[in-house]
Design a protein around this ligand. Structure first.
Ligand code: TXD
Length: 318
């Protein structure tokens, strides 16, 4: 029998809603062999076994294994980090920052020990600040740490535009920049449908309503679900990023990256268009934004910056 070529190893940290659906999508697309890690005893193993059995019906060859220790992640080339705690009643923003900051500190350090070459795709909230923690703790170059938020926010924006016009979402091009939260910056001037500016198709006031709905896209789903938050679109977005890295597609996607003077912003993790390839963030693309969008991006970066400073002080990072 011919020797079996090893597939690329892809880690997913956190086997909750986003982590397990991301593992499922990666396996179904056969992007690599998946190791699903969680601290809950038996949970990642159980989900992995379930996914491995689905393979015989669905027809994929990727393996999925579960783990409660970092050993099986050895040599992973991409690691998606979804570990975190949801905000509980009585917790304020700073409490959440501290709890998830500590989790990210532990996860990024442990991944770095077993998979020092991995590109980290950060998903945990508060997203932009978690990228900052992962980058500092891992000591990786900035191109090897990238955050998922813009692809999701853009997916929501595109879905709302497509629904409004009654056209295929495949033909809608748009981009959401900035931090992941109310201060995000959905661009209206460059949004288009098959090359036709959206501003020619949707009146300005209505487009503004779609922008507002995009800003609160996550909250709208939380309100409906009552417990938990979105995971189908978030896992689809994380998987698109993994695919672009693993297959070196060099897609231009809005991702959270460390800005180093681009857009007049320095030392802050913000969502901007990047070229995503096998090396991680291969290039940061600097758009010529209008004055209002540029200002909104700076304000969004300012909010992230204060979160970065706060978490640094809390965790003693520098
Ligand atoms: O756009 C985006 N970036 C986001 C972010 C979109 C959706 C969800 N977003 C955030 O992802 C969300 O606010 C959370 O911070 C993460 C994961 O969301 P999910 O909905 O999957 O949360 P769950 O179901 O609570 O899963 C979290 C898992 C859970 O199984 C815990 O046991 C595990 O994280 N966890 C850990 N795993 C590994 N190591 C440690 N230390 C750990 N602590 C908790």
């Amino acid at each position: 029998m011919a020797a079996i070529m090893a597939r690329m190893k892809i880690g997913v940290i956190g086997g909750g809603f986003v982590g397990s659906t991301t593992a499922q999508r990666i396996a179904e697309k056969q992007l690599g062999d998946v190791v699903l890690f969680d601290i809950v005893d038996g949970m990642p193993q159980g989900k992995a076994l379930d996914l491995a059995q689905a393979a015989s019906v669905y027809g994929y060859d990727s393996s999925v294994t579960g783990a409660n220790d970092y050993g099986p992640l050895e040599g992973a080339k991409v690691v998606v980090i979804t570990a975190g705690m949801p905000r509980k009643p009585g917790m304020d923003r700073s409490d959440l920052l501290k709890v998830n900051g500590k989790i990210m500190q532990e996860v990024a350090g442990s991944v770095q020990e077993v998979a020092p070459d991995a590109t980290l795709v950060v998903v945990s909230n508060p997203l932009d600040v978690m990228c900052y923690v992962a980058h500092l703790v891992s000591g990786l170059p900035r191109k090897k740490v990238v955050g998922m938020a813009g692809v999701l926010d853009t997916a929501r924006y595109r879905a709302f535009i497509a629904e409004e016009l009654g056209v295929s979402v495949k033909d809608v091009q748009a981009m959401v920049l900035g931090g992941h939260g109310d201060s995000m910056v959905p661009l209206t001037a460059t949004a288009s449908v098959s090359g036709i500016p959206v501003s020619d198709l949707i009146p300005a006031e209505r487009l503004e309503e779609l922008v507002t709905r995009t800003r609160h896209g996550g909250a709208e789903i939380v309100q409906l679900l009552k417990t938990g938050s979105a995971y189908y679109a978030p896992s689809a977005a994380a998987t698109a990023m993994v695919e672009s890295i693993v297959l070196d597609q060099r897609r231009i996607l809005p991702c959270c990256t460390l800005l180093d003077g681009e857009y007049g912003i320095d030392g802050t993790w913000v969502g901007v268009p990047v070229v995503l390839g096998s090396g991680g963030v291969e290039e940061v693309i600097e758009l010529d934004l209008g004055a209002a969008d540029r200002e909104a991006l700076r304000a969004s970066a300012q909010a992230v910056r204060s979160g970065q400073d706060e978490v640094s002080a809390m965790l003693g990072l520098s």
